[in-house]
Design a protein around this ligand. Structure first.
Ligand SMILES: Cc1cc2nc3c(=O)[nH]c(=O)nc-3n(C[C@H](O)[C@H](O)[C@H](O)COP(=O)(O)OP(=O)(O)OC[C@H]3O[C@@H](n4cnc5c(N)ncnc54)[C@H](O)[C@@H]3O)c2cc1C
Length: 325
């Protein structure tokens, strides 16, 4: 049994979820009494590989090739197949990013294996990992055991593991040069999609203040905006708020919006519908303000404030401003 974490970078910048995957690989390795290695893929990735060399890992693979400069599913699947065949890991872990969703099925089926996607947790039973993933918009949790020997593949949901738990150490870096041919690559990458400067990356936010239909009308949004500003937080929302155009779609959290995992998620006037919860239940601490003591959001909240948001939020804002001096 051995574990390989394949981490994601783009233009030399880590995807934040990469370190969650690294933490998961280390945790699983410890529980299974084995070791974890990690790989980074691309071109000009020496600095990123060196960064990984300071983590508690068996080995760091720098998977480098000119044809890996820009992401293409064909090149990534081919390169990683060669790496998996050479390194022979039993379990290969990935962050559940859009890119991974794109190439992982091809990689896994190419090796006659399946991939468990969007894993939210695991446990170890009889020396083997059992992965948990959700079905039906988070209504049901299912346990998944691999029926085949390795390599087996799993991608991990944002926020399911804690990046701040990555253990430091030292690891050798090994260059891995896959054999790739331009003729294998059937797609031509165009310019990278860049979100407008106004766009927010809620996934990277440490504090989120999220507003729901309890706010009643667009004119009241500044009440929660002030709290977000005082906390240095990003403002987010439930779907009805974005559907109504009160806040842009990019601020929607949930199954049809963004998945977030901040240190603090403050839900203001949000009932806690399952489609909203699936997008934020990886948050470290959840504080909910709702006038209905039976609101479902309280089932997952760490701190429940039962009250009228129009009274609670201004008082909270004033208290934060005062505390920050
Ligand atoms: C396919 C599908 C995808 C979906 N995707 C998403 C998604 O990505 N994200 C998402 O959020 N939803 C999504 N939804 C919608 C979801 O089902 C809920 O309808 C939505 O999350 C409810 O938003 P809400 O909590 O803001 O509103 P409501 O459910 O109306 O809740 C408002 C809450 O505010 C409280 N409240 C009212 N007045 C006050 C006050 N003065 N002070 C304090 N509290 C007050 C109420 O008690 C209530 O709990 C999706 C639905 C479907 C079918």
């Amino acid at each position: 049994m051995s574990i390989l974490a394949i981490l994601e970078q783009r233009e030399g910048q880590w995807n934040k979820m990469s370190f969650e995957t690294l933490a998961a690989a280390q945790q699983l390795a410890k529980e299974l009494g084995t070791t974890a290695s990690a790989a980074v893929v691309g071109r000009g990735i020496g600095a990123l590989a060196n960064e990984l060399a300071s983590k508690q890992l068996e080995k760091v693979y720098a998977v480098e090739h000119d044809l890996l400069k820009d992401y293409t599913p064909d090149a990534y699947a081919a390169a990683l197949r060669q790496l998996v065949e050479a390194a022979k890991p039993t379990l290969v872990l990935f962050p559940h990013t859009y890119q991974v969703r794109d190439f992982l099925p091809k990689l896994a089926t190419g090796l006659d294996r399946v991939a468990v996607s969007d894993v939210v947790g695991h446990r170890v039973e009889n020396g083997k990992p059992v992965f948990v993933r959700q079905l039906f918009q988070g209504k049901v949790n299912v346990d998944i055991r691999f029926a085949t020997d390795g390599p087996n593949f799993a991608s991990l949901q944002a926020g399911a593991y804690r990046a701040d738990l990555v253990a430091e150490g030292t690891a050798p870096v090994e260059a891995f040069a896959p054999q790739l041919d331009a003729g294998q690559i059937r797609t031509k990458p165009l310019e990278l999609f860049r979100e407008s400067a106004r766009a927010v990356d809620l996934g990277a936010a440490e504090i989120i203040v999220s507003v729901g239909r309890g706010i009643k009308e667009a004119e009241n949004i500044p009440i929660v905006q002030k709290l977000a500003d005082a906390l240095g937080a990003e403002l987010a929302a439930s779907r009805p708020i974005c559907d109504a155009g009160w806040l842009p779609m990019e601020r929607q959290v949930g199954s049809s919006g963004q998945t977030v995992a901040p240190k603090l998620y403050l839900a203001v006037g949000i009932s806690g519908a399952i489609q909203h919860l699936v997008g934020m239940k990886g948050s470290r601490t959840v504080v909910a303000i709702n006038k209905d003591p039976n609101a479902p959001i309280f089932e997952i909240a760490d701190y429940a404030i039962v009250g009228d948001l129009f009274q609670v939020v201004p008082e909270l804002t004033a208290a934060v401003v005062k505390a920050k001096g």
